[in-house]
Design a protein around this ligand. Structure first.
Ligand code: SAH
Ligand code: SF4
Ligand code: F3S
Length: 457
């Protein structure tokens, strides 16, 4: 069945008349989490109820990731268990969506070897979720066909967030950068920015519902607007407009690309009262030679310059990053350049990965002769340096007071609250549950490597 009318109309047609539940297993990045919130929103708006125990759910949706090989293996590992649920119960549907299923060879593999799957849907084909659900639920038809990424942007998709206080909002889909190691441009299509009015309306609505923190999402947020033909409206403009929305107190964004980090953006961050004092700035490698091979379009020096400008704008800004070790051709000397940047920047958070070869990317064909043990050792060497200076970074925060959005209670003690500072540091402190969802001032008392302890002042 194909629908041509508005999203709300589409969904009305597939409202279910019996009690069914869903369970979503999300793999991958914040974009993928944001997509899962949309899948949850769609399912709930047609009558599905959320089920925390996957064994009891009628519809199990896997939102997949293919950024590295182990992400793909996770899905096939999970299939073993869900197949059993399906064998024991006719009323169980298996849906597989996300980046993995935006690849033809994966769809072929599912068709051939995992016949219990009912629907597959790539990231670029989310628009056809309602019609595929209709076919499955009303006409008992499976649909495992491959659909190319569509460049349409669908608005008004219902969205159900896990938190009542912080929410993510996608501002740009896709990626044009083709970093040579990366699969994302192939599975998420070209860059398409949402219209400013749609984004601002979403944020205003969230503010009215009591949301305090917004995370703006995109594979490359600072190329937001480059694809607009009729306006020069850019990422810094969007940040300034969101700043004006009452009720939103903390604005985060992920990920900016160093090549597009303009002075204008730094000025907007500097003068903002709401933009978090934490910038996630992926480094990937500290070697200009490797960065060139990676097609990152910036050098080691460019990167360090941006960090200096950010620190000059506000010394309280913390920097987090992504690093890949063992890219094809990475020598000890190249790796020392990465360590050099780690020592200079003293990142507050580092997501480190061993290079993983991805089918269809440019790096797939590059010769890779660094042994696996050496790559693992390189990861460890970054970790050793990081864990040595991190307490020093944290100690600088002791005695100072930070605004913290209270996110919940500690797992072991419900008199202990947890939240994050603007720098994205986890902090725990005594307090009443009634503070959850509020912003409180917390003075930092001590540091414990991965978290801080403080008190409400
Ligand atoms: N758009 C974001 C990154 C999204 S992917 C950006 O450019 O910053 C998240 C991280 O996964 C990347 O920053 C990179 O460090 C890592 N990554 C991507 N492809 C990889 C690969 N083939 N092997 C290992 N790590 C990879
Ligand atoms: Fe991948 Fe590079 Fe695009 Fe990030 S910017 S998603 S690393 S291609
Ligand atoms: Fe994975 Fe797709 Fe995100 S490949 S990291 S879920 S964009």
């Amino acid at each position: 069945m194909r629908f041509t009318n508005s999203y709300k109309e589409k969904l009305k047609k597939i409202v279910i008349d019996k009690n069914l539940t869903y369970y979503i297993d999300t793999m991958g990045c914040s974009m993928s989490e944001n997509d899962s919130s949309k899948y949850a929103g769609i399912l709930e708006s047609i009558g599905f109820k959320r089920e925390e125990n996957e064994e009891k759910a009628n519809l199990i949706l896997f939102n997949t990731c293919c950024i590295r090989e182990n992400a793909e293996n996770t899905l096939f590992g999970r299939f073993g268990t869900v197949k059993k649920y399906k064998m024991n119960n006719d009323n169980v549907y298996i849906v597989v969506v996300g980046c993995m299923t935006q690849q033809k060879h994966i769809i072929e593999k599912i068709k051939k070897s995992y016949r219990f799957v009912d629907i597959t849907l790539g990231t670029g084909a989310m628009n056809s979720f309602p019609s595929k659900l209709y076919d499955l639920l009303k006409e008992k038809k499976k649909n495992i066909e491959f659909v190319e990424v569509t460049n349409e942007i669908e608005e008004e998709v219902p969205i159900k967030y896990d938190s009542k206080y912080k929410a993510s909002v996608s501002i740009i889909y896709g990626c044009n950068n083709f970093c040579s190691y990366c699969i994302v441009p192939y599975v998420r299509g070209r860059e398409r920015s949402r219209r400013p009015k749609d984004i601002l309306n979403d944020v205003k609505k969230l503010a009215k519902e009591g949301y305090k923190e917004i995370m703006l999402l995109g594979q490359n947020v600072n190329s937001y607007g480059n694809d607009f033909k009729d306006t020069n409206y850019s990422f810094p403009n969007l940040l300034q407009d969101i700043e004006k929305i009452d009720g939103i107190e903390i604005i985060r964004f992920m990920s900016p690309h160093p090549k597009d980090f303009s002075d204008e953006l730094i000025d907007v961050i500097k003068s903002s009262k709401k933009i978090a004092r934490q910038i996630h700035l992926p480094l990937q490698s500290g070697s200009s030679k490797i960065l060139k091979e990676m097609n990152r379009k910036h050098t080691k020096e460019d990167y360090l310059k941006i960090v200096n400008k950010l620190k000059n704008a506000d010394e309280n800004i913390s920097i987090s990053t992504d690093i890949i070790v063992g890219f094809p051709g990475e020598t000890e000397e190249d790796f020392l350049d990465t360590l050099d940047v780690v020592k200079k920047v003293k990142f507050d958070q580092i997501y480190m990965f061993i290079y993983s070869k991805r089918v269809g990317t440019r790096a797939e064909k590059m010769e890779d002769n660094t042994p696996e043990e050496e790559k693992v050792r390189r990861l460890e060497r970054i970790k050793e340096i990081y864990e040595k200076y991190l307490p020093e970074n944290n100690k600088k925060m002791i005695g100072k007071t930070y605004k913290v959005l209270v996110e919940g209670v500690s797992k072991n003690n419900d008199k202990v609250l947890t939240g994050r500072t603007s720098q994205n540091k986890v902090v725990i402190f005594d307090g009443e549950k009634s503070n959850i969802g509020k912003i409180v001032n917390v003075e930092i008392l001590s540091e414990h490597l991965w978290y801080l302890k403080g008190k409400i002042v």
